[in-house]
Every structure is written in C-alpha cells, then in structure tokens.
Ligand binder design. Structure first.
Ligand SMILES: [Mg+2]
Length: 210
C-alpha cells in the first residue's frame, strides 16, 4: 500500500513550533492548543495579525526553524510499523520548496522511513494520483477534498482545530459537485494508535480480496 502522508500535523508539530516562534517574535502569549484553524488562527483565537503571521512564517522558513519542530506523538513507531507491513511512505507537503533540505534532514534525523518527499502546495490530490497512492493522510480539509476528488481513500487526521469538519467533508464535496465513488472513503481518525489499527484492517481486507 502506497501512502501519501502530510508532514505538518501527522508527522511534525508545526503549530506548536510556529506559535512559540511568533509569540517570541511579537511578544504574544497565544495558545496553539486552542486554534480553530490551521496555520493562521482566526482573530477570536489569536492576537497575531495576518501580517505578523506571514512575516513570522517567512522568518521561520529562512532561519530553518523546520529543523527544530518536535515530532508528533508515536509517529516513529507508527511509520516503522507501516513499513514492516509493506507500506510505502511518500511525504507530500505544502511547505515552501526552500525548506526541502531542512525537511529531508529532519525526517532522516527522526529515523522515519522515507520512500519519497514531494512539495506540492497547489493540488496534493493530483500529485498523489500521479504516484498511484492508495491512501492519503492529511489534517487540512481542502487537501482531503483534493484526495477524494482524485479517487484516493483518505484518512482525515483529526486534531482539535478540524473537529467540526468531521461530517462536513463529504457534504461539502457533494455540494462542490464532486461525484464520490462509493468505493472511496474518507475517515477522520485521531492519533497514530487508531490510525495503525485502521490501516492494518485495510491491509487484511486487501489481502482477503486477492
Ligand atoms: Mg498538515
């Protein structure tokens, strides 16, 4: 099974590192665990302005802060388990291309299995389809839409900030006029333990079909 895996969220705790950075930079005290959006939290959740956030993100990239991000809980064990049961792990990230070296070095340093690293900030769905991925894991609703649009089964990586999207995803996709193939699923799962259980089940079903 070939898996298209998002980095920020399922693999790296970007929100935490970025929030710490802009808090320091702009002397704020935002709490990333209360975000209701990814990347730039809404005004009700944060004191950072859009301009400050954009400036902080540029600096964050320029001074290679991606190297200092903490890994997501349990990710190393999880990805090694997936590799052991025959999965290929292709990272598809929307990070700026200038962060390629820092990102690749970080993945190696964490001891994570790597079968490919791609930078795609426009349409992750078409990239994953071109690579014949069987499954995608991502925390951003619009990316998940792109995956299901391209006929790729999707695990919607559950975090606090996307909890409301649990049921909206397929409804929104239908509203967009996307015909969802009945064989394609999208499932919101929180944490690697449950994700691994789910993927193991998928693997068994696949083997039983053969
Ligand atoms: Mg993400």
């Amino acid at each position: 099974m070939k898996i298209a895996l998002d980095i920020d969220g399922p693999v790296a705790q970007f929100d935490k590192a970025f929030c710490e950075y802009y808090n320091m930079r702009w002397n704020l005290n935002d709490d990333y665990t209360k975000y209701d959006k990814w990347y730039i939290p809404s005004a009700s959740q944060s004191k950072v302005t859009e301009e400050q956030s954009e400036q902080a993100f540029k600096e964050f990239t320029d001074i290679r802060m991606f190297a200092a991000i903490e890994a997501t809980k349990d990710v190393k064990n999880a990805l090694c388990t997936l590799q052991n049961i025959g999965c290929e792990i292709i990272y598809i990230t929307a990070r700026p291309k200038s962060a390629y070296r820092t990102t690749a070095k970080w993945l190696v340093k964490q001891g994570l299995p790597i079968d490919g690293i791609l930078f795609a900030n426009e349409n992750k769905g078409t990239v994953a389809k071109a690579l014949n991925c069987d499954l995608a894991i991502d925390d951003k609703p619009s990316n998940c839409h792109q995956f299901i649009r391209n006929g790729i089964n999707t695990i919607f990586w559950g975090t606090k900030y996307n909890i409301d999207y649990q049921n909206k995803l397929t409804k929104e996709a239908l509203k967009d006029g996307i015909k969802i193939n009945k064989d394609i699923f999208i499932k919101r799962i929180e944490g690697w333990r449950k994700t691994i259980q789910f993927i193991r089940k998928l693997q068994c079903q696949k083997l039983n079909k053969k």
